[in-house]
Ligand binder design. Structure first.
Ligand SMILES: Nc1nc2c(c(=O)[nH]1)N[C@@H](CNc1ccc(C(=O)N[C@@H](CCC(=O)N[C@@H](CCC(=O)N[C@@H](CCC(=O)O)C(=O)O)C(=O)O)C(=O)O)cc1)CN2
Ligand code: MET
Ligand SMILES: [Zn+2]
Length: 772
């Protein structure tokens, strides 16, 4: 490109798309329920996009140069890329029409139908967002199949806003894909790079024809060592892909964004291509220290504002980074966010009940946009131009250091006084014997992961309680009635180890945050986790302790209803950290030990109340695993230690369970072993128990419950299917190591699915027990 169009001095990589009050979630769920038409959902979506553009312009992003991203999605941006390149799996081919996938077809690919499984869902880098994994085989036909990005660009332009279309880049798209079932052993989706590029070339040409001056291609795969494509191969793919794309005859200027971490060796490779701009993550990634050849012709989009956490930035320090970057020799340095802002809530202004001091420390998406705009002004006009804002930001950062509750000597002293004993439970074989005697369980004990369906009635009761329409007593009675129903159902079905069903929890992390000191929670701080599902991550701002028992009364009540064992149920320290916004002023490991100690108190109280089995969930253990291999050991050390700290205070005959999901477990087998839990339940049904191979190979000595029911799908498994999974499991590992359970909690499912599924699991278990 001889004349590179202007890139804005400040811009953001992306913005929340679910809507300030979850408008998109409500619209699309109503559509799935058959209560609204596709046209109505489209209208809601168009309105949301318009409100986003208006809001971003009000906050100071320009509309005549492409500062505002066009990055909407109905469900998932990786699925959107699948729709654009036409890579819809064969089992859904009938849903593709001339116009590509309509909203109903798109929803079906995401959610499955009958025996057609949906695309697999997996963690998006080290976040609590989940994307739909593309399935690519040697035969996949790529063709330009959705003009949505073009239409959404045109929609904004018609209203006078020049946006920057955002789409997953070709290298990341293929690097994150999995090979279609039945592909040859040596096939990898990245082998299809040459074939997918013409589709991107066509998309670029259509965007240019519509008037787009810049396009943003997202390439986060380049910052991670955890994807299957070897590093060399990935870098070669960058050279090939961006050689072809930059050579396209008609195209917008190309901005390659690399959020979530350090580009490392990929930076010089990218700089040597002819792309016009590169976005680097300067929150997670390092500041390059010397000039990078090729950068002199490029715009560097400096991701200095954290898209992944909610602390107000130290603008002075950020400006200093930007000033240093100007010495790297790039054609221009502009201000950006480290990642899209869709990992943070819309605005702190919609939190009337949040403590004012705490609020002054925070920046949600809208406040971050302001930070970007201010820094851009400082960079172009000079420090003096933003003098006031720099002072204000510094004040906020300083106020955090000395505010009450942030540093509490009694909490610190307790952590500092811990000895190595506090992290060790002693010999497993001894524990195993003591527990077998106390618990008296049959072979292949059956249990569930904790939650039972969160019915509309439960949610209504809680909403009424929050609004003050139900008293605490009335709410408690309703939850107790629900617990009693769930216990009775489990007795009827014949499960061996029961749960109380978790009706009282709004969320498995938020609930604990509400009951611990050092945390605050939001009212409207929704963040998309997958599809239409959202969470309100809690804010961990101070030293953590437990003012009073949290779950003990519920567990005792539930135990009083049955002579079977009632499992105590807690969320573990690593997961509480992973799904909250965590203070950034001390190492995560220190914070994790504070949470670990608070949970240890709870676990010891459950034990004292007569609960013999206690489960401590750690589904996010894999999630926080650093993207670069060199950082793994340090992470695994502090994460495993905090779990052990929480669980090592119990007697030998108290059985500790843990639960993990959403993982490729192979990568963290060592950590699973390190947790030293007596029983570990893991998601396994969709991958047909592949994990058992890893477990057998590792010689893992403790018990495991590989999931036999995929709870992410509305599908009810057949008894034969479950029997087969269990028969496989019995062949793979010793019977006295095996438990029988679903993949995960049942809270997102309905009783129509849950009851028959559990009945079949019990029937299958009886069949397999009879063969032992
Ligand atoms: N934090 C977190 N991360 C996680 C998981 C998780 O469970 N928690 N699980 C994994 C998968 N991710 C998930 C994320 C969210 C949900 C989920 O079910 N979210 C619910 C909201 C849960 C919640 O906060 N519920 C609240 C508020 C519910 C609500 O929307 N209430 C209505 C009113 C209800 C009524 O009147 O009927 C409202 O506020 O408008 C409650 O129960 O109290 C949803 O999006 O629908 C499931 C899985 C990985 N990451
Ligand atoms: C995402 S892991 C969920 C574990 C929790 N005990 C539940 O059953 O919902
Ligand atoms: Zn789970």
């Amino acid at each position: 490109m001889s004349n590179v169009p202007q890139f804005p001095a400040g811009s953001v990589l992306g913005y929340p798309r679910i809507g300030p009050r979850r408008e998109l979630k409500k619209a699309i769920e109503a559509f799935w329920a058959g209560k609204t038409s596709a046209d109505e959902v489209e209208a809601t979506a168009a309105d949301l996009r318009r409100r986003t553009r208006t809001r971003l312009a009000e906050l100071g992003l320009p509309t005549d140069v492409p500062a505002i991203p066009s990055a909407f999605s109905f469900y998932d941006h990786v699925l959107d890329a699948t729709a654009v390149v036409g890579a819809v799996p064969a089992r859904f081919a009938d849903l593709v029409t001339d116009g590509g996938l309509d909203l109903a077809g798109y929803s079906t690919v995401a959610r499955g139908r009958g025996d057609d499984l949906p695309l697999e869902m997996t963690k998006w880098f080290d976040t609590n967002y989940h994307y739909l994994v593309p399935e690519i085989g040697p035969e996949t036909v790529f063709s330009y199949s959705s003009d949505r990005p073009v239409r959404e660009f045109a929609e904004a332009l018609a209203e006078g806003v020049v946006t920057r279309p955002v789409i997953v880049g070709p290298v990341t798209y293929l690097a994150l894909a999995k090979a279609t079932e039945g592909s040859p052993e040596d096939f990898a989706p990245i082998d299809r790079l040459q074939d997918i590029l013409p589709v991107y070339v066509q998309l670029l040409s259509e965007l240019a024809a519509a008037g787009a001056t810049w396009v943003q291609l997202e390439e986060p795969a380049l910052v991670s060592d955890s994807i299957e494509v070897p590093a060399e191969r990935l870098l070669a793919a960058v050279v090939e892909a961006y050689g072809v794309l930059t050579g396209a005859e008609s195209r917008p200027a190309i901005f390659v964004a690399a959020p979530y971490g350090d580009l490392g060796a990929a930076l010089p490779v990218l700089a040597a291509t002819d792309v016009e701009a590169i976005g680097i993550d300067l929150v997670r990634g390092d500041l390059p220290t010397e000039a990078v050849p090729g950068l002199e012709t490029k715009t560097l989009v400096a991701g200095v504002i954290d898209g992944h956490n909610i602390w107000r930035a130290d603008l002075d320090a950020k400006l200093a980074i930007l000033e240093r970057l100007e010495n790297l020799g790039a054609a221009a340095v502009t201000v950006g966010t480290s990642t899209s802002l869709f990992h943070v809530p819309h605005t702190t202004e919609d939190e009337p009940n949040l403590d004012a001091t705490l609020k002054s420390w925070l920046a949600f998406a809208d406040q971050k946009v302001r930070e970007v705009v201010v820094l851009a002004e400082g960079l172009t006009e000079g420090r003096e131009a933003i003098h006031e804002q720099l002072l204000e930001a510094t004040d906020a950062v300083n106020s955090r250091k000395t505010a009450p509750g942030v540093v509490r000597p009694e909490v610190r002293d307790r952590v500092a006084a811990l000895t190595e004993d506090a992290f060790n439970r002693g010999d497993f074989e001894t524990r195993k014997k003591a527990q077998a005697e106390r618990l008296d369980l049959p072979p292949l004990p059956t249990t569930t992961i904790g939650s039972f369906p969160q019915t509309p009635e439960i949610r209504k009761a809680r909403a009424a309680f929050v609004k003050g329409e139900l008293t605490a007593g009335q709410y408690e009675d309703e939850m107790k009635a629900e617990i009693a129903r769930v216990v009775e159902l489990q007795e009827q079905i014949g499960l061996d180890v029961l749960v109380h069903g978790e009706p009282e929890r709004n969320d498995m992390v938020q609930y604990f945050a509400e009951n611990l000191d050092g945390f605050s929670v939001t009212e409207n701080g929704w963040v998309q986790s997958y599809g239409s599902r959202c969470t309100r991550p809690s804010i961990l701002w101070g030293d953590v302790s437990r003012p009073a028992p949290i779950t003990v009364a519920w567990a005792q009540y539930a135990q009083s209803l049955t002579s079977k064992h009632m499992k105590g149920m807690l969320t573990g320290p690593v997961t509480i950290l992973a799904w909250s916004f965590v203070r950034d002023d001390q190492p995560l490991g220190d914070t994790a030990n504070q949470v670990g100690l608070a949970l240890r108190d709870e676990i010891n109280d459950l034990e004292a109340a007569g609960i013999a089995i206690i489960q401590v969930d750690e589904p996010a253990l894999r999630e926080l695993l650093p993207l670069r291999a060199e950082d793994h050991a340090a992470y695994l050390d502090w994460s495993v230690r905090s779990f052990r700290l929480s669980t090592a205070g119990v007697r030998e005959d108290t059985q500790i369970h843990t639960h993990l999901c959403y993982s490729e477990f192979g990568q963290i087998m060592g950590a699973i072993d390190g947790l030293d839990a007596d029983v570990t339940s893991i998601e396994a049904a969709r991958s047909k128990m592949e994990i058992l191979g890893d477990i057998a190979a590792a010689g893992y000595p403790r018990a495991v419950g590989p999931g036999v029911y995929d709870i992410h799908s509305p599908r009810v498994p057949s008894e034969a299917e479950v029997t087969e999974l269990l028969a496989d499991a019995v062949k793979a590992i010793a019977v006295d190591q095996l438990w029988v359970n679903p993949d995960c909690g049942l809270k997102t499912r309905r009783y129509e699915e849950v009851t028959p599924s559990l009945e079949r699991i019990l029937a299958a278990t009886r069949t397999v027990r009879a063969t032992l």
